[in-house]
Design a protein around this ligand. Structure first.
Ligand SMILES: C[S@@+](CC[C@H](N)C(=O)[O-])C[C@H]1O[C@@H](n2cnc3c(N)ncnc32)[C@H](O)[C@@H]1O
Ligand code: SF4
Length: 492
């Protein structure tokens, strides 16, 4: 997905995807959630004043470093073309296709999307994506080896089945796709059809993310997204019937009228479907960027303490049922590739959130899509008209980006390891002392004094219950933070 709420004009994609299953996974039968359901004991070990102080700070999600508000207009279509032409031999790649359409606007939505009742605009977008993909492939000096493909949105499962098949065929024609590549797509269970589930399976999709958000009917009414449990279960049945075994769910807390009990109840219900992974997002309320969020009654939104408690309850339920807590906001069944990568220390973070595979290059297609090449980041124009005009005229739609310096790369590696492992040994990064010299020591000292991190020499480790403050720790290595103050969502 590409959430557009964090950077002002661009997109800060988040969540699930671009994963590559290296290890053979067990079947769902191998893993039975234990359903050790616990009552809501008060477990908050972090003092309320700290939750308020750190939770209210506006911090990037660090799906990239520098974060996308720091992309600039000097990286343009010409730069992108030159970077593609310089692609090193042997580089491995992933592909991201952005489909910015939905049938109905969810009141909370922070993604780059447009509402249409018709299929024609979606088919037109698919044709533009095919053209953009061909343009990029033409500029590469050799065929790119691709180990993962991700369809995000909006709601890419709205693609007409024939258009989806054409996109898959074109990718196979223009790139060398690994036989065991991960092919993932984001799905809205309300609009999935049995025919599309079958098409996805036939097209090679092997991981899906379903937007569940909440199963509390009064919260669903408040966010204008009604989808009973049976609808989710039916989607899961269709997808499994189509041979798609890896099923992820997105769930949310901090929604209007949502309570801790609602969060617990939603988790308990969805666990019956034994998802491979769950991404747990705190609702980011930014009605000044996303006007439709103005339909949400702000007085019904949980405050920072309540949001923190909701996140903790969700974590307790999931870990109590055997899911592994990963990074900032992910949970995976112990047999899932992400849990394995987490154990092995090979987890990565990119624009789609956490990923289990390593790719040197991310080629991203579609309006607002953000790609990464060895030289830096590139982002396409956000308005559909600008994107469509450029691609229609045979020009790349690159609007901005960022060429990376040596220091950017070092800081990016540190931040990525922190976001993935919740721990780093800075001496493992560069010459002794070089990485530590990049840290804001006052910020680290404050975090250590407040008991959120353990800091000994070159080793920094997040304390047990401090997961919600992971991004606050990463901030200590962000040289651009002050320049983007106020341009990010709150930590909690
Ligand atoms: C592209 S949507 C998922 C696919 C599909 N469009 C759907 O909603 O089912 C990506 C996810 O972003 C999350 N999300 C959307 N708006 C958000 C917001 N304002 N704050 C936090 N998470 C948000 C939701 O969990 C949603 O499932
Ligand atoms: S269906 Fe998904 S992308 Fe579309 S408006 Fe709802 S949350 Fe946003």
């Amino acid at each position: 997905m590409r959430l557009s709420i964090w950077p002002w004009a661009g997109s800060a994609p988040e969540a699930e995807g671009l994963t590559h299953i290296k290890a053979k996974q067990g079947s769902k039968a191998d893993f039975a959630p234990s359903f050790r359901l616990r009552e809501c004991a008060p477990v908050t070990a972090i003092a309320p004043d700290l939750i308020a102080r750190y939770g209210m700070r506006q911090v990037p999600r660090y799906t990239s470093y520098p974060a996308s508000p720091h992309f600039m207009g000097d990286v343009d279509a010409q730069t992108y073309g030159a970077w593609l032409e310089a692609m090193p031999q042997g580089a491995t790649g992933s592909l991201y296709l952005h489909v910015p359409f939905c049938r109905q606007m969810c009141r909370y939505c922070g993604c780059h999307t447009f509402i249409t009742r018709r299929d024609e605009p979606i088919a037109e977008m698919a044709a533009l994506l095919r053209r953009e993909m061909a343009m990029a492939a033409d500029r590469l000096p050799h065929r790119l080896q691709v180990s993962s493909i991700h369809f995000g949105g909006g709601t890419p499962s709205l693609l007409p089945p024939a258009e989806f098949a054409l996109l898959m065929a074109q990718m196979a024609e223009r790139f060398d796709i690994d036989a065991d590549a991960e092919i993932a797509i984001e799905i809205d269970p309300r609009t999935l059809t049995r025919e599309m589930a079958r098409t996805l399976g036939e097209g090679g999709v092997n991981r899906v993310s379903l937007g569940v958000q909440t199963l509390a009917s009064h919260v669903q009414a408040a966010i204008d997204r009604v989808q009973p449990f049976g609808m989710i279960a039916r989607a899961v049945e269709w997808l499994e019937g189509a041979g798609i075994g890896a099923i992820n769910f997105d769930i949310m807390y901090g929604l209007p009228h949502q309570t801790e009990a609602d969060c617990i109840d939603t988790v308990r219900q969805v666990l019956a479907l034994s998802p491979s992974r769950l991404a747990v997002f705190g609702y980011a309320h930014v009605p000044f960027f996303k006007r439709h969020q103005g339909y949400i009654d702000a007085s019904a939104l949980p405050g920072v303490m309540e949001r923190h408690a909701q996140a903790e309850r969700i974590e307790e339920e999931l870990t109590g049922a055997g899911y592994v807590s990963i990074g900032l906001d992910h949970f995976a069944r112990a047999d899932d590739a992400m849990a394995i990568a987490h154990r092995d220390g090979t987890l990565r973070r990119n624009f789609q959130g956490y990923t289990t595979y390593r790719a040197d290059v991310l080629l991203a297609f579609g309006a607002s899509a953000i790609g990464k090449l060895p030289q830096g980041f590139i982002q396409n124009a956000v308005p559909l008209s600008d994107y469509g005009r450029a691609i229609g005229e045979g020009r790349f739609a690159t609007q901005r980006g960022r060429a990376l310096t040596h220091e950017d790369r070092l800081r990016a590696r540190i931040i990525e390891r922190l976001m993935c492992d919740r721990r780093i040994d800075l001496d493992g990064f560069a010459g002794k002392g070089e990485a530590l010299a990049l840290a804001d020591r006052d910020a680290l000292r404050e975090l250590a004094d407040d008991g959120l991190i353990a800091w000994q020499g070159s080793v920094i480790e997040l304390k047990d219950r401090a997961r919600p403050f992971l991004r606050n720790v990463a901030c200590a290595f962000d040289a651009y933070l002050s320049a983007s103050a106020g341009r990010h969502a709150r930590a909690i």
